[in-house]
Design a protein around this ligand. Structure first.
Ligand code: FAD
Ligand code: UDP
Length: 368
């Protein structure tokens, strides 16, 4: 065998695995079907502005090992994510905090806000939330659910909130303080020279073949390495023999505007159902103030989309049916000593970047 590891996919998981394997003296070949490295964290310059091609990416973590790790490959700015939500002609701060409650109800103290939420929760008669709608109402009351959650969530997932699992909404912080920071983590930021540069440094010294799909010559690729690290779709690896896992897809529409500051914020969420996109990203604001003298700006509107085989799989749909099917694929995976499944597609789970890095670091310890 020419290589110790064939790494399929040049995303974050593949990059960390490759880095650690090379540092341990192993020989790796990386293949990537897209024409660039970095997977979904890929960013590129348009009009001098770093554009996040596959959706806005904010690095946040409370894991010291992961934070120290990424800082070896990039310098991070102090970007703090504070999205704005627009509902018709109204505007609110996210995540749900005292600024949101004040704008919604005119309440100024945590006690008043708590009482308002409690009153709306009582009116709805919810004791044990059974679905996303009930979970949302018991967290923030009916008004916020109707204006800021229902439309956004139903666009995002293409299903009524009453048919969605409660856990989706549990990720969002609810705070009785005037704090618009979207994340609770200890560390947060964006690499000052972009994610692609960070991932390129992780891959330093690796042999990478772009525009190369593993399935274009499966037998050939299997023959070059002792082990395969596969970060694509686990069901596709097994030829869908047990059935097809489902995903939700996205479509991004990017525009360059002759305007130095279009919306005054990186993220504006459009929470009403009638507007087909969920959010608008103005990329220059990731870089704090330095870019405002650029007379142009780049914006991206993010449209949720149904997924069919062949489309880009952005979000796994972790309902009972898909999770049960995934468990069956896992059983197959455990019987195949040649392959290690990694990353968000290999594990059929939504994972933030820090979790993907932590997973890759722990897998490397396990397998090397
Ligand atoms: P990927 O980045 O998907 O990499 C897998 C790679 O494998 C891809 O490049 C793919 O082309 C390649 N591949 C697949 N099949 C094959 C094949 N057959 N042959 C060759 N190559 C193949 N995380 C955060 O922490 N903060 C955020 O703000 C954030 N925002 C996000 C916003 C959106 C819209 C989305 C979808 C995700 C977001 N994430 C965020 C999550 C983040 O994108 C992931 O954690 C990360 O990209 C996962 O890395 P990965 O290596 O597992 O997968
Ligand atoms: N959400 C919402 N309104 C918003 C933002 C988020 O209802 O303005 C809900 C929605 O159900 C979404 C979930 O919160 O799926 C998680 O949002 P987050 O921004 O964490 O998810 P991401 O879009 O990054 O996957």
């Amino acid at each position: 065998m020419k290589y110790d590891y064939l790494i399929v996919g040049a995303g974050l998981y593949g990059a960390v695995f490759a880095r650690e394997a090379m540092d341990a003296g192993k020989k790796v070949l990386v293949i990537e079907k897209r024409d660039h490295i970095a997977g979904n964290v890929y960013s590129e310059k348009i009009e001098g502005i770093e554009v996040h091609k596959y959706g806005p990416h904010i690095f946040h973590t409370s894991d010291r090992e992961v934070w120290n790790y990424v800082n070896r490959f990039a310098e991070f700015n102090r970007y703090t994510n504070c999205p704005i939500a627009r509902y018709k002609d109204e505007q609110y701060c996210l995540p749900f905090n005292m600024n949101t409650f004040y704008a919604m109800w005119g309440v100024k103290t945590p006690q008043e806000a708590e009482a308002k939420i409690e009153e709306q929760k009582k009116e709805a008669g919810i004791t044990e939330p059974k679905n996303l709608e009930e979970q949302a109402i018991s967290l923030v009351g009916r008004d916020i659910y109707e204006k800021l959650i229902r439309g956004y969530t139903e666009k995002q997932w293409g299903r009524p909130c009453t048919e969605l699992p409660a856990f989706i909404i549990k990720r969002l912080p609810v705070r009785l303080t005037y704090d618009n920071n979207y994340f609770n983590d200890l560390w947060q930021g964006v690499p000052t020279d972009g994610y692609t540069a960070m991932v390129r440094r992780m891959f330093d010294g690796a042999e990478i073949r772009l525009d190369t799909d593993y399935f274009s010559d499966r037998a050939g690729f299997d023959a070059v390495a002792d082990k395969i690290v596969f970060t694509g779709m686990i069901d596709r690896y097994f030829d869908g023999q047990l059935g097809t896992l489902e995903y939700r897809s996205l479509r991004f529409e990017t525009e360059v505007l002759d305007c130095s500051n279009y919306q005054g914020n990186t993220l504006v969420n459009y929470t009403e159902y009638e507007i087909p996109y969920t959010r608008c990203i103005e990329h220059k604001h990731f870089v704090l103030r330095e870019q405002l003298d650029n007379p142009k700006t780049v914006i991206t509107r993010e449209y949720p989309a149904t997924w069919k085989p062949g489309d880009e799989p952005y979000y796994p749909i972790n309902d009972e049916k898909n999770d049960a099917l995934y468990r069956k694929y896992r059983e197959l995976a455990e019987k195949d000593p040649k392959v290690i499944f990694g990353g968000r597609l290999g594990g059929y789970r939504y994972l933030d970047m820090d979790k993907v890095i932590a997973l890759a670091l722990s897998d490397v310890k396990k397998y090397l």
